[in-house]
Design a protein around this ligand. Structure first.
Ligand SMILES: Nc1nc2c(ncn2[C@@H]2O[C@H](COP(=O)(O)OP(=O)(O)O)[C@@H](O)[C@H]2O)c(=O)[nH]1
Ligand SMILES: [Mg+2]
Length: 255
């Protein structure tokens, strides 16, 4: 008997053309695009106040997704991502809590062992994730050992440079200190991506601590430093800027 040799490579099987699959894919894509356009049109019809309300409802859906100490541990997906960055103590956790109207997100990022991690939160109504919020650890904290600082700065720079689905960066800054050297480095890192269309917003936090004149001054100086990027005064305490930021983030994640 002629037994087939198991070491023989199997004969090349021609994959049959299945036109139905291509048609189904095209229909699916067209439907998704129609839904996106309809949602966008509906949002644009709302008054600014209702847009903010809707955007706040969307942000409130934020739920813990995962945490990663290194870039290659981050999941990859085709969803727009928005990164929150800033010096430690800039008010980043407070800002995220106010925008998402929940306190447990900050707990997720404060869990021991996760403080030097990138923490991801999924957002989207009815459990359908349509965007991801990335909370990056604060930098510039004096007590952190130098090696850890350098490692972290590299992870962050790599993330900002290479994360393919990163669509927007929100930089939190305490206006009483202004943009620090590390903030400036971060701005330099993202500049080429901003030039290619990535969105970028500086939030001058704790604005309630400034009087009107100082607030206006800080805004003006930071606008110059940020090289034309969007800069806003923000106060978690007084809820200043919250509605506007929520609407902006919603629009950026739903172009
Ligand atoms: N007055 C005032 N204090 C704030 C505001 N946001 C944060 N803070 C305070 O600033 C400190 C650092 O805030 P936190 O959110 O932990 O900063 P993070 O290290 O960037 O996450 C805390 O004591 C907060 O209570 C604000 O809008 N107004
Ligand atoms: Mg924090």
């Amino acid at each position: 008997m002629n037994q087939p040799d198991p070491h023989d490579t199997p004969a090349q099987i021609d994959t049959p053309e299945v036109p139905e699959i291509a048609v189904l894919n095209a229909e699916f894509e067209a439907q998704r695009e129609a839904e996106r356009a309809a949602a966008k049109a509906a949002f644009e019809l709302l008054s600014p106040a209702d847009q903010a309300k809707y955007a706040m409802g969307w942000l409130h859906t934020a739920r813990f997704l995962t945490t990663a100490a290194q870039l290659h541990h981050l999941p990859t997906y085709d969803l727009p991502e928005i990164a929150f960055v800033g010096r430690s103590n800039a008010g980043k956790s407070t800002c995220i809590n106010v925008l998402t109207q929940q306190k447990r997100l900050a707990y997720a990022s404060k869990t021991p062992g996760r403080t030097q991690h990138i923490n991801l939160f999924a957002m989207g109504r009815q459990g359908k994730t349509d965007a991801v919020l990335a909370d990056l650890p604060g930098y510039g904290y004096a007590a952190v050992p130098k090696q850890d600082k350098i490692r972290w700065q590299q992870v962050m720079a790599n993330y900002l440079l290479t994360r393919p689905n990163l669509r927007a960066v929100v930089l939190m800054c305490d206006p009483r200190h202004g943009l620090t050297e590390l903030d400036e480095i971060l701005l330099d890192v993202i500049r080429p991506r901003v030039a290619e269309g990535m969105k970028f917003l500086v939030l001058l936090t704790k604005a309630d601590k400034l009087n009107k004149t100082d607030g206006a001054k800080a805004l003006q100086i930071t606008k110059l430093q940020a090289g034309g990027g969007e800069v806003r005064l923000f106060s978690a305490l007084k809820k200043q800027g919250v509605d506007e930021v929520a609407s902006t983030l919603y629009k950026w994640m739903h172009p």
